[in-house]
Design a protein around this ligand. Structure first.
Ligand code: C5P
Length: 403
């Protein structure tokens, strides 16, 4: 499956703010996803970022002047119309107070503002400015109006700004803007579906500083939650300890142990349409956990274990309308073990992978899996990015017979 941005025509609008330097990185991220990007700037943007940088990264000339015939593809000076007609998405990052004000009031006095009036494709605005400017009532009024007019607004981040103030106004990082645009352009084929995804390892404490765990990074589960939310689902992500950032648009419940994960999943289970259990849950926990750090000269030589609840198996017994998807990370006999779990846990599909394989499984950004279905069929997928694999898994879930 191609990335949603692959082959899309994106026009990146850059206005004259200090954050304009970040637009070069954003442009690079769009290009890496396979998009074709053209850059249109306000006049003052070129005081902050070099035209040559934007032209080199986009591979095409930059438009900053409505009457500059050189940058019109057909030699005619009507690029604001031609670019508007061919755009699949327009992203303004950074958007200054001036540009926000012009757009909210239909003013077209330069290339970018004129072009924007002619655009019918989705438009994403990333305002960035001094905190007092951002909080100014006129700017807020204009942003509200743009939202009503159908622009998607990405709220600026808070922090210490280049102008010396501390507060909202910082342009979000390029990867966050990329995530917003990706979500905005993804078809909403899971709208109204309630999806719960589990991710990461669980940590089973021996004492306050030691635990039994495993090397799961949570990347697969976070990718699934993000992809499902981008496709319009109402997503809850129940995650064990990970270092990953909270995915936007997802309800995140952080847990530590298998028992906490069990409670978080089962509390929500009755209302779900789809449960995807990608977490690497620890099957055992130490049967006692000491309140204080155990001193090594006082420690026993053996650890007694207690069995954790098998969350997926219990969900399998309790299931009604829910589709249940499990994961099987194995080191051998993938088909035998995965299909065994599919049956034993009453699943609709199981995602199997050999964790011994290079670039697949724990911690990697890529994975290579085989999907096993209830009717005895399977589909072996090629090695791909976990973000892309998440969408392929969701495509297969959509094809599962409804319960
Ligand atoms: O049986 P096994 O633990 O290998 O099965 C793996 C699948 O079961 C995964 O989807 C995992 O999230 C889930 N599981 C669970 N509760 C456990 C152990 C595994 O939900 N205690």
């Amino acid at each position: 499956m191609k990335d949603i941005l692959a082959d899309k025509n994106i026009v990146l609008g850059v206005c004259g703010g200090i954050a304009a330097y970040k637009s070069a990185e954003l442009l690079r991220l769009f290009i890496k996803k396979g998009a074709k990007v053209r850059v249109m700037t306000s006049k003052s943007a070129l005081k902050f970022i070099g035209e040559a940088t934007l032209a080199a990264l986009s591979g095409t000339s930059v438009c900053s002047d409505l009457f500059d015939a050189e940058t019109a593809d057909d030699g005619a000076a009507i690029k604001h119309i031609e670019w508007a007609e061919t755009a699949d998405a327009v992203v303004i990052a950074p958007a200054t107070a001036n540009m926000v004000g012009k757009l909210a009031n239909g003013i077209a006095d330069d290339a970018l503002s004129t072009f924007l009036l002619a655009v019918t494709a989705p438009r994403f605005i990333c305002p960035s400015m001094n905190t007092h400017m951002y909080e100014n009532r006129a700017v807020q009024r204009n942003l509200d109006r743009l939202e009503q007019d159908g622009y998607a607004i990405l709220e600026p981040g808070s922090g210490s700004l280049a102008c010396g103030t501390v507060g909202p106004g910082r342009l979000p990082e390029p990867h966050e803007i990329l995530a917003l645009v990706t979500a905005g352009l993804t078809p909403k084929d899971l709208a109204s579906q309630k999806v719960l995804v589990t991710a990461g390892p669980t940590h089973e404490p021996l004492d306050p500083v030691r635990y039994i765990g495993n090397p799961s990074s949570g990347k697969m589960g976070f990718a699934l939650a993000t992809a499902a939310a981008d496709r319009g689902a109402d997503v809850t992500l129940v995650s064990g300890p990970t270092v990953l950032a909270d995915p936007p648009g997802v309800e995140l419940v952080r847990v530590k142990t298998a028992q906490e994960m069990y409670t978080a999943v089962m509390e929500r289970f009755a209302d779900l349409d789809i449960l995807i259990k990608s977490a690497a849950v620890s099957d055992f926990r130490p049967d006692t956990c000491c309140d204080q750090k155990v001193k090594k000269d006082k420690a026993a030589d053996t650890i007694c274990l207690a069995r954790n609840p098998d969350i997926l198996k219990e969900a399998g017994h309790a299931k009604k309308q829910q589709l249940l998807i499990g994961f099987a990370a194995e080191t051998e006999h993938l088909e035998i073990y995965a299909t065994g779990k599919l049956k034993e846990k009453n699943l609709d599909m199981i995602v199997g992978n050999l964790v011994t394989q290079a670039e697949a499984g724990f911690q990697a950004d890529t994975n290579q899996v085989t999907l096993f279905f209830k009717d005895g069929t399977h589909a072996t997928l090629p090695l791909m990015e976990k973000a892309q694999l998440a969408h392929v898994i969701l495509d297969h879930i959509r094809q599962l017979p409804a319960r």
